[in-house]
Design a protein around this ligand. Sequence first.
Ligand code: FEO
Ligand code: CA
Ligand code: CA
Length: 655
Amino acid sequence: MPSNSHGANPPIDIDEDTPANASLNSTIGDVIAERLSRRDLIRSALAVSVMTSTIAPLAIAAAARPARAEDGVKPSFVFAEVEAGSDTTHHVADGYHADILIRWGDPVLAGAPEFNPAQPSATAQEKQFGYNNDFIGFIPLDGRADHGLLVVNHEYTNDDLMYFGLLGWTRKGKLDSMSDEQIRSSMAAHGGTVIEVKRIGERWHVVDTSNYARRITAQTPMQITGPAAGHPLMQTIGDPSGTRVLGMLNNCAGGVTPWGTWLTCEENFNFYFANKEALKKHKLSTQLRRYGVGEGFYPWSRVDTRFDIGQEPNECNRFGWVVEIDPLDPNSTPKKRTALGRFKHEGAGNIVNTDGRFVIYQGDDQRFDYVYKFVTEGKVDPANRAANMDILDTGTLYVARFDANGRGEWLPLVTSDPKLSSFTDQGDILIHSRLAADALGATKMDRPEDVEVNPKTGKVYVILTNNDKRSAKEADAANPRPENRFGHIIEILPDQGDHATTGFAWEILVKCGDPSIAEVGATFNAATSRNGWFGMPDNCAVDADGRLWVATDGNNFEVTGRTDGLFALETEGARRGTSRLFFRCPTGAEMCGPYFTPDLETLFVAVQHPGESEDPAKPASTENPTTRWPDFKDGQPPRPSVVAITKIGGGKIGV
Ligand code: FEO
Ligand code: CA
Ligand code: CA
């Protein structure tokens, strides 16, 4: 179900900062809903065969597809497209291996016990692979593409699919019934993992007892750096210095820097902080509400008082940052880089600018929130790794304004701007980046997720997942669809190819959704097959050949007749806007973390929360998941896993 397979998974129900105005946009929504439900009738007749064979569920709807627009033009991607649909396992294009590399609960550190879901244990989980793998980065060792470190985010936990015997009818009720040990175990399943991996022949393996192996959890000591470090709003009873914090939360997407560090981005940190009564009396309650803090979806405050905003009113300010981790040094202290701003960070797509400065593009994943970029003051030194290690502490954070004429402007979040005179200092601006961006008149977007640069063309892709709360009145040039259920992708072209400059041109690359339903308004190239279109784009990757791959979050059989997957999207020439399905998730799962090795011979993907229900009225549980992927063992929960994809016989992916 869309509300359940959102990147912000359980919490979407409490997105309280986005007032709905259904009356203004009910027309298009009603039409689409009617068309979708009519299609359900068609599908129900096909459902049995779809679940057991490769018959496409939308074959009838797609029959009237217009003629191909790009016949005769060489495609950038060559592979046999996967049939769209839904079943309990994953599917990759013919001719490829798609091997499970590591699963939730697999040993990571020396001495880690084997996975035992019957006995959840925080001390075991601290040494095992965490839950809900999201961003994946590959850092080559000795310059090799077949041997390196894999860094993996563990965004959040689906406790109701992890533990047996939870009580309650709602997901929140089930979470509230967790034991203290289960809560501590889930805290240990958050964060990230570093593993050493090696390709032998065509298959990848995790190197046992590697010296690089590392688990980061919600309790790992971290340093706070940059302009907001030590700020009065960062000081707590536990850390009067305002410079030390335990753990990172809800790390969604990320990035890898050219100097081999891992940028891992805290997204929906608000859901861990509780105490509605304290929120009402909090001296910064307006600011906290702008970040959705106080609802406390996860019952963590029961075992750790820093998640109670009545007891530690500033602890929540220490989350919502980009964390930089050096995976080559397992003893290094992760650093929260406050210069990059505080919001619900999606990813950290980056590029070294022509003048040597480092530029990081960032989305704030909430309906009506913003697109940002950060530009360092210093330059990257390619010959001196150590010189780059703190380069992210000094620079300028900008937020995007998209104008109706196809132009745009990056607006700096700095104290010298009179519109920001109510902020006490730069630390205050960064801690409250969302409010500063509000004051600057940034453009409210349809859930900005990954923002990635194409190093071959300099174009920047902004992935916008959806926004069903946008009214017709609120539609603008960059977010043109009221009740935007299926999302779109914007392409930014920086002026003179300079990623540090403030001016840019932009256009919409594709409006997503089913092209066979005219009311949806999708704009895929007409050559896109019934399998190739997608809705709800989320993460993306640009490979070494400059090709764009898009991962989705929110498609499911009930709404779109398909699970989430990975799509190859043409961006240039006559084929621009043509999309093809390369990998399909098992039921209930979301597609995350596409990442290629530099030789393009391996693609790593992350399958997140397999086994969720697609029917909001019937939530899944550990006892009754929609799949037990990837082990398919009775009595064992489904397990989020990283999948390694290689070509049978070797060679580049999709070539
Ligand atoms: Fe965690 Fe915005 O997806
Ligand atoms: Ca996601
Ligand atoms: Ca995401």
